[in-house]
Design a binder for this molecule. Structure first.
Ligand SMILES: [Zn+2]
Length: 326
């Protein structure tokens, strides 16, 4: 399955020649947004191999941890993309009693996301279907979503985990908390060398007042799709995924944006965290000739401040500036 643009571009190339530029663009991490059935359906889809691979490399996650963190990252990237608010951040926390512990991800509305898992080195046998056992690794517990808009009180809601498989849990979140009928799939395929081979997902939502025949058509399209993994294995791009899932419903793509793993931490932000320890603590470290170390949980970066630098900070220390995000 190819989109119109590829068809047009392909037509200019001799037969059998792959258009590498178009192919690369197709594979680069991105999110598409579209509608179908005269606006009664809205849809999002993502491909995010590089995002999830970067999370894996930064946190040295095992395959089951890569899958859990990757699924949640992509869920957050798509949910972030739903926001029209440029300074809105979506933070999703899965708190299960399984071995992975807490998983936290944050995304903005421009495709950027960061996240981490409390115990990234969990090894579990494959489940009965031969898949990574994310449900077992997450366990039972809660999923909470916090929407943060600059200058406003954050609002949050929490649901019980349904299966710990992340996709089911996010689907339930939309039904229970947002009261929007939603079909959501997120999947990560991990290669033999433990790198990320494919990662992607979709969210399809029915708007209020949606016709019964639209619901029936969508159900018929979704019925044969057992998991998003099937679509990823078939090599579908986000656009192709939505065209496939919304066939017969006049899918219209609205826009496309790049996506990536991005953490906004840097040395000056780490310095503010050190300053926030207070003068007494800083003076103590200088006297004991100890460095200060700041670790960013989201991306794994470490910042080290030598005692001489701490002494300079004491000399010039004012109030720490307020925190910015992502
Ligand atoms: Zn960071």
């Amino acid at each position: 399955m190819t989109n119109d643009q590829l068809d047009r571009e392909g037509a200019r190339l001799p037969e059998g020649v792959v258009d590498l530029r178009a192919e690369r663009e197709r594979r680069e991490d991105h999110i598409v947004r579209g509608t179908a059935a005269d606006g009664m359906v809205r849809a999002f889809a993502i491909t995010a191999r590089a995002t999830v691979e970067e999370a894996r490399a930064r946190h040295d996650t095992t395959p089951v941890a890569t899958a859990a963190l990757g699924r949640l990252l992509m869920g957050a990237q798509m949910m972030g993309a739903m926001s029209k608010n440029d300074d809105e951040l979506v933070t999703i926390t899965v708190m299960g009693d399984g071995e992975l512990g807490r998983i936290t991800v944050t995304a903005d509305n421009r495709g950027h996301a960061k996240g981490f898992v409390q115990n990234p080195r969990v090894w579990l046998p494959l489940n009965g279907r031969g898949h990574l056992d994310v449900g077992q690794a997450v366990g039972t517990g809660t999923l909470s979503v916090v929407h943060d808009v600059a200058g406003m009180d954050p609002y949050s809601s929490e649901v019980e985990l349904v299966s710990g498989e992340i996709g089911d849990d996010l689907t339930y979140y939309f039904a229970a908390s947002d009261q929007v009928p939603t079909s959501l799939g997120v999947g990560v395929l991990v290669d033999r060398d433990m790198s990320v081979r494919r990662a992607g997902g979709f969210i399809i939502q029915l708007m209020p007042g949606c016709d019964d025949d639209v619901v029936a058509a969508l159900e018929a399209n979704l019925a044969p799709v057992h998991s998003v993994t099937d679509l990823l294995e078939a090599g579908m791009s986000p656009t192709e995924m939505l065209r496939h899932l919304l066939q017969g419903l006049d899918y219209q793509e609205l826009d496309r944006m790049p996506a990536d793993f991005r953490c906004g931490c840097d040395r000056s932000r780490a310095k503010r965290a050190v300053l926030a320890l207070g003068r007494a603590e800083l003076r103590d470290m200088v006297e004991k000739n100890e460095p200060a170390q700041v670790h960013c949980h989201f991306c794994g970066a470490d910042y080290r401040f030598e005692p001489a630098e701490l002494a300079d900070m004491l000399d010039g220390a004012g109030d720490p500036a307020p925190e910015a995000e992502i």
